[in-house]
Design a protein around this ligand. Structure first.
Ligand SMILES: [Zn+2]
Length: 80
C-alpha cells in the first residue's frame, strides 16, 4: 500500500503546519520522515509551511510560543 501524506490542507491549498492558518508565507525544508500507524504508513512531506505569527516564533527560536500554537526548531526557510 502506498504511504499517505499527513497534511490536513484541502487538495490544492496550503495551510500553516503549526496552527493550520490559511495562506502560509514561508516554508522550512525538513528531512522527510514516516510514521507507521494502523492503516499504513504516513509521510511528513519535505517542507513545513508557516503563517506570519508562527514564522515569528520559529525564526526567533521562541519554541514555547510556537508550542502554544505548536513545534520544534528548524533552520533555514524559503518564501512560500
Ligand atoms: Zn501558523
Amino acid at each position: 500500500m502506498a504511504p499517505y501524506g499527513v497534511s490536513a490542507a484541502p487538495a490544492g491549498e496550503l495551510i500553516c503546519d503549526f496552527c493550520a492558518a490559511l495562506e502560509p508565507v514561508v516554508y522550512y525544508e525538513v528531512t522527510e520522515f514516516s510514521l507507521m500507524a494502523p492503516g499504513g504508513e504516513w509521510l511528513s512531506g519535505d517542507r513545513f509551511y508557516a503563517c506570519p505569527p508562527c514564522r515569528r516564533f520559529i525564526d526567533s527560536g521562541d519554541w514555547r510560543g510556537c508550542e502554544r500554537g505548536s513545534a520544534q526548531p528548524i533552520s533555514g526557510s524559503r518564501t512560500a
